[in-house]
Design a protein around this ligand. Structure first.
Ligand code: SAM
Length: 233
């Protein structure tokens, strides 16, 4: 069942609430979730601020046809990246944060960042979008543990996300650099290339724990801005 919670008292287009964005917010809940479901959480620490900012930086403003963008974060955890997304987008943007772990989703809801928090498996994204009266997203941001997913799940999820994007939309994913050459990570990269055509890896943030980089994926020729990210970053 998809349980959708729309924070009616906090409009989707943000409450910037800087006090709720303190680094360290939700670390206890995150650590507990990592111990509970290591293969789904994939790391002991939430994303750091630089990784979060880098993931949010590629969200277009405005979105398709000049209207405010619809942004989906899949695997939102306790909100480390959600806060950066909220800070990046302009007024009117619709931000939907999808998190499978009910306790992490509750933690994120309690931060009152002004986003729609959905407790669900991200594979249900089409239903989630429909529940919000949305056909397609302008940006999908992911910090899912892709390298821990089996080949079938990886392929199925990526195809679901690619189908849920506007033709000129952007998909961005964090990846942990130390696993870059593992078969699962290489398969992930190949699948991104097959689905999107344009896949820009960004430089590794070595001081991030664990060291991380991002992929920025678009479909060239579909009206998107090619190379709006400096690949040397
Ligand atoms: C590496 S953590 C990232 C959390 C947060 N975005 C951050 O950057 O700190 C991955 C998150 O994805 C969630 N997750 C894993 N599989 C998922 C799925 N199928 N649908 C939704 N969330 C999922 C986990 O519960 C976890 O919170």
């Amino acid at each position: 069942m998809v349980c959708t919670v729309i924070m009616a008292s906090h409009p989707a287009w943000r409450s910037r609430d800087p006090g709720k964005r303190t680094p360290g917010k939700g670390h206890g809940a995150f650590f507990a979730a990592a111990l509970r479901s290591p293969r789904e959480v994939g790391t002991l620490l939430p994303s750091g601020p630089e990784l979060a900012r880098r993931l949010a930086a590629v969200i277009p403003r405005p979105g398709h046809s000049g209207r405010p963008p619809v942004v989906v974060e899949v695997g939102a955890g306790a909100g480390a990246v959600t806060a950066a997304i909220v800070q990046h987008v302009d007024e009117g943007a619709v931000v939907i944060a999808v998190e499978k772990d009910p306790e992490l989703a509750e933690q994120l809801r309690a931060r009152r960042l002004g986003v729609h928090v959905v407790t669900a498996d991200a594979i249900k994204l089409p239903t989630i979008l429909a529940d919000h009266g949305v056909d397609f997203a302008d940006a999908i941001v992911s910090v899912l543990p892709w390298a821990l997913f089996g080949a079938q799940l990886q392929r199925q999820m990526l195809a679901t996300f690619a189908d849920a994007l506007q033709p000129d939309g952007v998909f961005t994913a964090a990846a942990y650099s130390l696993g870059y050459w593992t078969p699962a990570a290489r398969r992930f990269r190949r699948e991104l290339e097959r689905l999107f055509g344009e896949v820009l890896p960004t430089r590794t943030m070595w001081r991030h724990l664990p060291p991380a980089m991002t992929y920025v994926c678009r479909r060239p020729g579909q009206g998107g801005d090619a190379l709006t990210v400096d690949p040397s970053r």
